[in-house]
Design a protein around this ligand. Structure first.
Ligand SMILES: Cc1cc2nc3c(=O)[nH]c(=O)nc-3n(C[C@H](O)[C@H](O)[C@H](O)COP(=O)(O)O)c2cc1C
Length: 218
């Protein structure tokens, strides 16, 4: 089993979203101790914006040069393809995903590689698999005490759905800019939600359809 852990905060290992996503990885590893974890750290700005060649390739059916953004895109896509589970740890920046995660998305959501454009719209090419998203935000964006819009959740659902990733589960620690008691409560509540999710989940049931497809195709 392969787990891809994408860590998107500029705060790195000190980030709340990293802590929560690491906790999710921990539960997956507890179920599958032999699993391989690929840590893709992007919050430090290591993913550049797409280059000119990449932008041209998105508009053209000709085979693009395999250098620059296309090469990095290929590397990132193959990490997703190899993963049985994708875990994303991300803060909210200005109501949505941080630019580091947007740069990753721009390289993974690629025409004629991870999705096709058809007369009926965009059709994903990737096999669906569970994607866990651990979110940290200074304020609240859901529930009765929300005071800001949430563009992160619908955006990730829409854009990852384009490539075929629809099995998304969100956990969040909201209100990290509040007082220490409120933050402690938010963290405990998020940790409990993660724990409840994995304790109530039957892994064999989730994996059975994948196994059935593997048997049929052999
Ligand atoms: C550039 C920037 C923009 C931010 N915008 C928002 C925002 O729109 N809404 C919000 O609730 N918090 C916002 N925050 C606060 C972060 O979401 C908050 O500090 C969060 O806990 C950071 O998570 P992390 O520790 O995983 O990086 C912003 C922080 C930064 C640095």
């Amino acid at each position: 089993m392969n787990i891809l852990h994408v860590s998107c905060s500029p705060l790195g290992q000190a980030a709340e979203s990293h802590r929560l996503s690491q906790r999710i990885v921990g539960f997956l590893l507890a179920r599958e101790p032999g699993a391989t974890v690929t840590n893709r750290v992007i919050g430090d700005g290591t993913i550049p914006h797409v280059d000119e060649n990449y932008a041209i390739a998105q508009q053209s059916t000709a085979d693009p040069s395999q250098e620059g953004s296309i090469a990095l895109s290929e590397e990132l896509i193959q990490e997703v393809e190899r993963a049985d589970f994708v875990v994303i740890g991300t803060p909210v920046h200005n109501f949505t995903v941080p630019s580091a995660l947007k740069a990753w998305i721009d390289l993974v959501v690629r025409a004629r590689r991870t999705f096709d454009v058809t007369k009926d719209g965009k059709i994903g090419r990737l096999r669906d698999r569970p994607v866990y998203v651990a979110v940290a935000s200074g304020g609240r964006y859901s529930g009765e005490r929300a005071r800001q819009p949430d563009f992160l959740t619908p955006y990730l659902k829409a854009v990852l759905g384009v490539v075929g990733l629809r099995d998304l589960t969100f956990f969040s620690v909201q209100g990290t800019a509040s007082g220490p008691d409120a933050v402690a409560e938010a963290k405990a509540s998020a940790d409990q939600a993660v724990q409840d999710h994995f304790h109530s989940m039957c892994f064999t049931d989730r994996l059975r359809p994948v196994f059935a497809i593997a048997v049929l195709s052999n």
